[in-house]
Each structure stands twice: as structure tokens, then as C-alpha cells.
Design a binder for this molecule. Structure first.
Ligand SMILES: Nc1ncnc2c1ncn2[C@@H]1O[C@H](COP(=O)(O)OP(=O)(O)OP(=O)(O)O)[C@@H](O)[C@H]1O
Ligand SMILES: [Mg+2]
Length: 220
């Protein structure tokens, strides 16, 4: 049975997911609350290999269905090996991206049927449904500017596509993704909290911690 708390971070590239997820992880560990940090794609032996395939710029032009299935395959491993065991031990699990990314990017962004995505997501995650999700909302250009000045150059396939190759389509693409996140937050307002990410790291974190503390209190 699931006993822990599952928190996910979502949003466009450069919105600050990794920054905030790691700040939250450090905060919880300092409070001596057993917690783990995991990320998508990756986080397991197979998942890390899949991450390399997905983010490698040499794989430009990958079929959208291949891309989606690779993300899902990485997620399946992460759920089985990392997320569910930690939740069963009562830990707080923080995931840097999770299944809302598939809905927003491959569904609303790439145009793959949302019903198919819903079924595949459900198949892959099983009981590992997030209790709380933060969408860090940012203008696509602001996010891209942040992530372009940072990052591992061999893992920039998506940024490369959005910034250099198809800047016009790239902008439209990310706007559809942003809209997808917005729709999700409307449909699941209990689980999903949209945070204005166009502020200082500290201000954003303060808001996140308040919400997490409330959630922990209510779930005891
Ligand atoms: N609130 C903020 N204001 C300004 N810069 C920020 C803020 N939050 C994060 N950054 C910086 O922006 C860059 C991208 O942040 P981060 O890696 O956390 O984003 P991300 O959402 O994880 O991006 P990606 O989708 O590429 O993994 C980093 O250099 C980070 O230090
Ligand atoms: Mg990140």
C-alpha cells in the first residue's frame, strides 16, 4: 500500500524545475523527513540509457511516437524500481517531471491523441499517482533564455530544436505545451498548483514550501 507522499515538478524548459525540486529535497532532508529526488527521463540503469537516446542531438528527427514510447519506458522503470518502493517505505518522493509532461508535450505539443496518452500513462504509473504537482509557469522565451545559458551540451536536443532549428515553430510548440499544462491544471485543480515562475528562486520556493507543509499536515 502507498504510504508516502508523491510530489512532481512540471513546466517548460528553464522554468526552474530542477532548481526548485532540489531545493525542496534539501529542505526536507534538513528537516529529517525521509525523501528522495528522481528525474525523468532517467533515474534507473535503463532509464539513463533512454535519456541519452532522447536528448542526443544526433537523434534529431526521431518519430514522435518513438519519442513518446521511450519516455514511457523510462517512466515504467522509474515507477517500479524507485518511486513505488520509496512510497511504500513512507518516503516523500520528488520527481523532476512525470506523466503530465507526456500529456503536455507529446499530446498538446506534438498532437498525439490525448486518450491514448491517458491510457498509456495509466498503464505505466499504476498506483504511483502524484499527490501534489507544481507547474512552474513561465513565458517560453524566458525559459529558453535561462536554459540556453546553462545545461549539458550533449543533452540539448529539445532546446536545440526549440531555439536554433525551428524558432518560429519552436515558439508555437512551447505555447501549445504551456496551454496543455494550463488545461491540466484546470481539470485537476486539487492536485496541480500553478506557480508563477517569473520571480526569484527564493520567492518561488517560499510559496512551494508553504503548500508542501500544508499537504504534509493534511496527510498525517
Ligand atoms: N527563479 C529563477 N530566476 C532566474 N533564474 C533561474 C530561476 N530558477 C532557475 N534559474 C536558472 O535558470 C536555469 C534553468 O533552471 P533549471 O535547470 O532549474 O530549469 P529546468 O526547468 O529544470 O530546465 P530543464 O527543463 O531544461 O531541465 C539555471 O541556470 C537556473 O539556475
Ligand atoms: Mg531540469
Amino acid at each position: 500500500m502507498k504510504k508516502g507522499l508523491f510530489i512532481t515538478f512540471e513546466g517548460l524548459e528553464g522554468c526552474g524545475k530542477t532548481t526548485q525540486a532540489k531545493m525542496l529535497f534539501d529542505f526536507l532532508i534538513k528537516q529529517k523527513i525521509p525523501s528522495i529526488y528522481t528525474k525523468e527521463p532517467g533515474g534507473t540503469k535503463i532509464g539513463d540509457k533512454i535519456r541519452k537516446i532522447l536528448l542526443d542531438q544526433k537523434n534529431d528527427g526521431m518519430d514522435y511516437k518513438t519519442e513518446m514510447l521511450l519516455f514511457l519506458a523510462s517512466r515504467a522503470e522509474n515507477v517500479r524500481l524507485i518511486i513505488l518502493p520509496a512510497l511504500e517505505e513512507g518516503k516523500i518522493v520528488i520527481s523532476d517531471r512525470f506523466y503530465d509532461s507526456t500529456t503536455a508535450y507529446q499530446g498538446c505539443g506534438r498532437g498525439i491523441d490525448l486518450e491514448i496518452i491517458k491510457n498509456l500513462n495509466s498503464l505505466v504509473v499504476g498506483k504511483a499517482i502524484p499527490d501534489l504537482t507544481f507547474i512552474l509557469d513561465i513565458d517560453p522565451y524566458e525559459g529558453l533564455k535561462r536554459s540556453a545559458s546553462f545545461g549539458n551540451s550533449s543533452e540539448m536536443r529539445f532546446e536545440e530544436e526549440f531555439i536554433n532549428k525551428k524558432i518560429i515553430r519552436g515558439k508555437l510548440f512551447l505555447e501549445r505545451v504551456r496551454q496543455g499544462y494550463y488545461q491540466l491544471s484546470q481539470e485537476e485543480s486539487g492536485r496541480i498548483k500553478t506557480i508563477d515562475a517569473n520571480r526569484s528562486k527564493e520567492d518561488i520556493f517560499e510559496e512551494i514550501v508553504k503548500i508542501v507543509k500544508r499537504k504534509i499536515r493534511n496527510s498525517i
